[in-house]
Design a protein around this ligand. Structure first.
Ligand code: SF4
Length: 420
């Protein structure tokens, strides 16, 4: 008792960068490539030219949140519209969730926009409008800002020499250093952050981090990486191994020569020469998505100018697709027959409209499948034409009638657009 815990063993040499000269060379090669090949992106231009640190940080933050689960090509127009509408944190803090959802519609993972706006309010109301100035404070003080986003904002906007680890960086680093253990395991994640912090260029940290991510997005891609064109190929152990085979072909020894190495591929799944460098990284098997079915009903009527109008209702302000608008919908239990589905949907609509409803009017239209992050959702779509006016129970969710054009301009999810 009382003895200090032993320090964790350093990772085996095969998996780290320990030669300062090699680190220096890698930084130089990567930055030279980035200067030549980088994509011109609006947030990069702003981060390089905007003199105000809060504005730089805000722009990088918005772009990083949008980029988290969305491709660059899609993000550009959303980013431009967002910055035009809310060029500062102060402007965003005054926006309503409705406006945020409307602008975000189609980008997916809607809670991102909501959280961004909530955090902006916090900066304005509790931090006197000033963004925290280090990665540590950004992560500590801003809700929804994790280690990656904090590192990206601090390195790009404030030139703090701090690394970042995202999916692209994981792939590049695992390949550079033959890390084949499950890349989501805590041991590997810690190792990758340590490596990113050790490698990041001290004078151009933001460019270095973006270069590493860009390399992963354009050269060191998942399936067929362009190793021949790679600016850091001479530092890449996966490539060396692909070209020259196993360095020390001794039977019954772990890949890097250290028995039970926590960073090598598991002994049961050794190097597969048909995969080459794509042996790395390795991930634990993905969880199966949850399969759900939802009945949804497109209620339609002729509006006063003769155009068709549809009824949409607002979802609760928390949970999946918070605050978005949708056609009246109801989750279905598994294995429900069509007649039964109609009945429960009719009951739901009846309770909600406060008037009796015959199931006969409900017409089955078809099914729409949409995959959210972890949910495989099937919408069973019905339509119901209504004559005259309908009085809705004011105690139920907010609702409104919209034309097709208004529908598309509303904060509706991509799934609902497919339904229409
Ligand atoms: Fe990736 Fe190939 Fe470059 Fe290695 S050499 S970092 S595997 S692109």
């Amino acid at each position: 008792a009382g003895l200090p815990a032993p320090a964790p063993a350093p990772p085996p040499a095969q998996h780290v960068f320990s030669d300062p000269a090699e680190i220096e060379a890698l930084r130089g090669n990567l930055l030279a490539w980035y200067d030549k090949c980088k994509r011109d992106l609006p947030w990069r231009t702003l981060a390089a030219t905007e003199p105000d640190a809060d504005r730089r940080a805000y722009a990088v933050w918005v772009s990083e949140v949008m980029l988290q689960q969305t491709q660059v090509a899609t993000v550009i127009s959303y980013y431009n519209r967002w910055m035009q509408k809310w060029p500062t944190l102060q402007a965003l803090a005054q926006a309503s969730l409705e406006e945020v959802n409307e602008l975000w519609a189609g980008l997916g993972y809607y809670s991102r926009g909501k959280r961004l706006q909530e955090a902006a309010r916090k900066v304005v109301s509790e931090l006197a409008g000033q963004m925290p100035r280090t990665a540590e404070d950004l992560q500590r003080l801003l809700p929804g800002v994790g280690r990656y986003t904090a590192g990206a904002i601090a390195s790009i906007s404030y030139r703090q020499a701090t690394g970042v680890v995202d999916g692209n960086v994981i792939r590049v680093l695992c390949r550079l250093r033959c890390i084949g253990a499950d890349s989501s395991s805590p041991a590997v994640v810690d190792q990758l952050w340590d490596m990113a912090n050790a490698l990041v260029d001290r004078s151009r940290p933001g460019d270095f981090n973006q270069a590493l991510m860009e390399l992963g997005a354009t050269v060191c891609v998942p399936k067929a990486p362009l190793c021949g064109e790679c600016p850091v190929k001479q530092h890449c152990r996966a490539r060396r191994r692909k070209l020259f085979g196993k360095p020390t072909p001794v039977p019954d020894v772990e890949d890097c020569g250290v028995g039970g190495c926590p960073l090598c591929p598991p002994a049961a799944e050794p190097w597969d020469s048909s995969l080459g460098v794509a042996n790395f990284p390795r991930k634990a098997a993905k969880k199966q998505p949850r399969v759900t079915r939802t009945a949804t009903c497109v209620l339609e009527r002729r509006g006063c100018h003769g155009a068709l109008e549809y009824l949409i209702v607002q979802r609760p302000s928390s949970g999946l697709l918070a605050g978005l608008w949708e056609f009246p919908s109801l989750p279905l239990s598994q294995g429900l027959q069509e007649e039964k589905q109609k009945e429960v949907l009719a009951d739901h609509l009846q309770a909600w409209m406060g008037q009796p409803m015959a199931t006969g009017g409900l017409r089955f239209i078809g099914e729409v499948t949409h995959i959210f992050s972890h949910i495989h959702q099937t919408y069973v779509v019905y339509s119901l034409p209504l004559d005259g006016d309908v009085t809705l129970d004011p105690a139920s969710s907010p609702s409104r009638w919209v034309t097709e054009e208004e529908f598309h301009a509303s904060a509706v999810s991509t799934a609902m657009k497919k339904v229409l």
